[in-house]
Unconditional design. Structure first.
Length: 232
């Protein structure tokens, strides 16, 4: 399908949301390796088989987003998901992998904290490097609008999108005119799963705070519309 740009019909941003992304965009763009951001890769943590084509797609993007406890291809290993990571979107409960902090001075870390709407402790994890700053994503301009698009109310129902879907949401709004390549989101094809397999580490249960069936519908709409090119 031909790639389209802009936002999917019915997902227009409010003036407040647009102002937030306008403020954030120059900071994110400063981590890009090229003067213009025309193609963005957004990679989730589903275990993926080897693919030179997929890895090359990721590593040739202008900007690469990763999520939570991600992994990247190592030198000398089979290629699957590429080696680059300029923007890391994570939540406070992240379990760092060997790649999470690698080269962190050259990355931007964006933290989401939907649990702050109800119960989450605002302290950073003890393992966080003292010289590593983060940018916290506001619930009002990010998590709540995404919840509305999903049909879930984070404040009333205590349900919100997974960090991976938040990452996709942020990327499409930061760069509405860019081509978005995405891979590694298992709920796209398995919306009924009750546990996650990760590219690194042990499986874990899908949290009760998530409605990945709704996330699957939303992301499939982005795929079907051509807003996102999804790579299996």
């Amino acid at each position: 399908m031909e790639n389209v740009t802009g936002l999917v019909e019915g997902e227009e941003t409010t003036a407040g949301e647009a102002e937030f992304y306008d403020r954030l965009r120059p900071l994110v763009a400063s981590y890009c390796r090229t003067p213009r951001i025309e193609r963005v890769a957004v990679i989730g943590n589903e275990p993926l088989g080897s693919s030179e084509e997929r890895a090359a797609m990721v590593d040739s993007a202008d900007l690469v987003f990763r999520v939570n406890g991600f992994r990247v291809d190592e030198l000398g290993s089979e290629r699957a998901v590429g080696r680059r990571a300029e923007v890391v979107v994570f939540n406070r409960g992240v379990r760092p992998t060997p790649w999470f902090f690698a080269g962190y001075p050259e990355r931007l870390y964006l933290m989401i904290e939907p649990g702050r709407l109800l119960w989450e402790n605002p302290k950073l994890p003890e393992f966080w490097p003292q010289d590593l700053g983060i940018v916290t994503m506001p619930n009002r301009e990010v998590v709540l609008p995404l919840g509305k698009a999903l049909g879930a109310d984070p404040r009333a129902g205590g349900q919100w999108a997974t960090t991976g879907t938040v990452m996709l949401w942020i990327a499409t709004r930061l760069f509405p005119d860019a081509h978005i390549d995405a891979a590694g989101f298992s709920f796209v094809d398995a919306p009924g799963q009750t546990s996650w397999n990760h590219a690194y580490g042990d499986p874990s249960a899908v949290g009760v705070e998530h409605r990945i069936d709704l996330e699957s519908v939303l992301v499939r709409r982005w795929i079907d519309s051509g807003r996102i090119a999804y790579h299996r």
